[in-house]
Design a protein around this ligand. Structure first.
Ligand SMILES: NC(=O)c1ccc[n+]([C@@H]2O[C@H](COP(=O)([O-])OP(=O)(O)OC[C@H]3O[C@@H](n4cnc5c(N)ncnc54)[C@H](OP(=O)(O)O)[C@@H]3O)[C@@H](O)[C@H]2O)c1
Length: 300
């Protein structure tokens, strides 16, 4: 059974058009969004998407670009953001602002925050999606402390600093924050991904801790726990080439659904089994994993 996600605004035919095999169809059942409902819900809304220049963020931009909203697209590659703005504005009534920013850079972040605080119509939704992953064995990381700082800077400090600044704006509009997280934040942490997983888990914990306080003042909080998604982020990892993966368009639809349903979290139906396994088999896992790593010689 072959399934193909579709998005009328998206002119590109690249890895985001990933076709599902049978296993992927079972693991990632289709997500349906009633386009008119999304259009009605987002009419006149202002939406910030960080990391909109590729992968999931790009697909979210195309999905939400099909509504009468104001999208603010943020990333470092301005040419890519301008192309997405062009594609969207050519075909829809959405307006798109492009802000080139390295979110780890103090001045760039300040420029973005100034822009957000001067928006005449305020800010309704923040999709905190920008991220960077690093896969590297610990023994190859001994002189690479900067891997830890750079992943923490983009995956933890940047979204925290951004949100602390815009919470008053979201409070005013009774808005929503969506955290694009990973299922790994809820499972036994995998070896070789220490810096990435620590940074994603740090933000997941910060956000979950802040959520009740934000909910109490009328801000909706949603965490989307994504499995492996076929994007430029996951592409370089050889071990993932044949692993079941969600398409970036599908992930974008989950974000669209989160906007409509305002659920606290969205996660794959099977994740609960992984969470149970993470508790029940932790001892066994910790005993076996070093042997597997030693056998594969990956720690050298
Ligand atoms: N792919 C997966 O398997 C997977 C699974 C679970 C969760 N996620 C999460 O999904 C989110 C999106 O990832 P993706 O898979 O779509 O990867 P991607 O295609 O590599 O996209 C990452 C986005 O983040 C932006 N970004 C990275 N560093 C930045 C910086 N310093 N300042 C501003 N923007 C920056 C990139 O834009 P520029 O390079 O133009 O700056 C790009 O738009 C990430 O938070 C990731 O952790 C991914």
């Amino acid at each position: 059974m072959k399934k193909k996600a579709n998005n009328s605004l998206n002119p590109r035919r690249d890895i985001t058009m990933h076709r599902y095999n049978l296993i992927e169809s079972i693991l990632f059942p289709p997500t349906h969004i009633i386009k008119n409902k999304l259009r009605n819900s987002l009419k006149g809304k202002t939406i910030l998407i960080t990391g909109a220049s590729s992968g999931i963020g790009e697909q979210v931009a195309y999905l939400l670009g099909d509504t009468n909203s104001h999208l603010i697209l943020v990333a470092r590659r301005e040419d890519k953001l301008q192309q997405i703005k062009h594609d969207i504005e050519k075909k829809s009534t959405a307006s798109v602002s492009v802000i080139r920013a390295d979110l780890r850079n103090k001045e760039d972040l300040e420029t973005l925050l100034n822009f957000l605080h001067q928006l005449p119509d305020g800010l309704d939704i923040v999709i905190s999606n920008a991220g960077h992953s690093i896969q590297r064995p610990i023994l190859h990381s001994l002189d690479r402390f900067h891997d830890v700082t750079r992943t923490m800077n983009i995956n933890f400090f940047a979204p925290v600093q951004l949100l602390l600044s815009v919470i008053p704006l979201l409070h005013k509009k009774q808005g929503q924050i969506i955290n694009v997280s990973t299922i790994n934040a809820l499972l036994i942490p995998f070896p070789f991904w220490a810096a990435y997983q620590a940074s994603k888990s740090a933000f997941d914990t910060w956000f979950r801790s802040a959520a009740p306080e934000l909910n109490a003042i009328g801000i909706t909080t949603t965490t989307i726990y994504l499995p492996l998604v076929k994007t430029p982020m996951s592409l370089p990892t050889a071990a993932y080439q044949h692993a079941p993966a969600m398409s970036a368009q599908h992930a974008a639809k989950l974000i669209g659904k989160a906007i409509l349903l305002k659920k606290r979290n969205i996660r794959p139906w099977w994740l609960i089994n992984g969470q149970l396994g993470s508790i029940l088999f932790r001892g066994l896992y910790e005993k076996l994993m070093p042997k597997i790593i030693k056998k594969r010689g990956k720690s050298h």
